[in-house]
Design a protein around this ligand. Structure first.
Ligand code: AMP
Ligand code: ZN
Length: 136
């Protein structure tokens, strides 16, 4: 897609700090990193969400994310990392071309992922699990 910034980075028509590239993927540093080494793993195929991608692409994506995470940790000295993915505006997606964030972390780095849990009523979890299971 011509107006997609990640398609343009993948095509090399706009610059990025690329750390990995192959026929199907490109990985580059996030331009607004939450920590040094924060990168984005992006399939070349334009698809808005994880759920829009073919299984063959997804099957390659996670091993690549792990490989990149090892390289980031070895390079930056970070001990830990987050793998993060947004799907849709309500989830915080800003670039509507699927990507995985790989974010190096260290104890005391001050980053906070705030999650406020909601509670299930009696029997609600089992009932919901059953309905989801029927559609998997
Ligand atoms: P998301 O909220 O999951 O859609 O994240 C999109 C990410 O893309 C953000 O963290 C941005 O900082 C990053 N981003 C946007 N434009 C660029 C760019 N030209 N080069 C590198 N990263 C970018
Ligand atoms: Zn795209």
């Amino acid at each position: 897609m011509n107006d997609c910034i990640f398609c343009q980075i993948a095509a090399g028509t706009i610059p990025a700090a690329v750390v990995y590239t192959d026929d199907d993927f490109v990985a580059f540093l996030d331009i607004r990193p939450v920590s040094a080494g924060h990168l984005l793993l992006v399939p070349r195929l334009h698809a808005e969400r994880l759920t829009d991608l073919p299984d063959a692409v997804l099957a390659r994506e996670l091993p690549l994310a792990a490989r990149l995470a090892r390289a980031i940790l070895a390079t930056t000295g970070a001990t830990d990392f987050n793998l993060f993915n947004t799907n849709g505006a309500a989830s915080g997606q800003e670039v509507f071309h699927h990507h995985l964030h790989v974010i190096p972390r260290m104890t005391g780095d001050g980053l906070k992922v705030t999650i406020t849990p909601v509670a299930y009523g009696p029997g609600e979890a089992a009932e919901l699990a059953g309905r989801i299971a029927a559609r998997v």
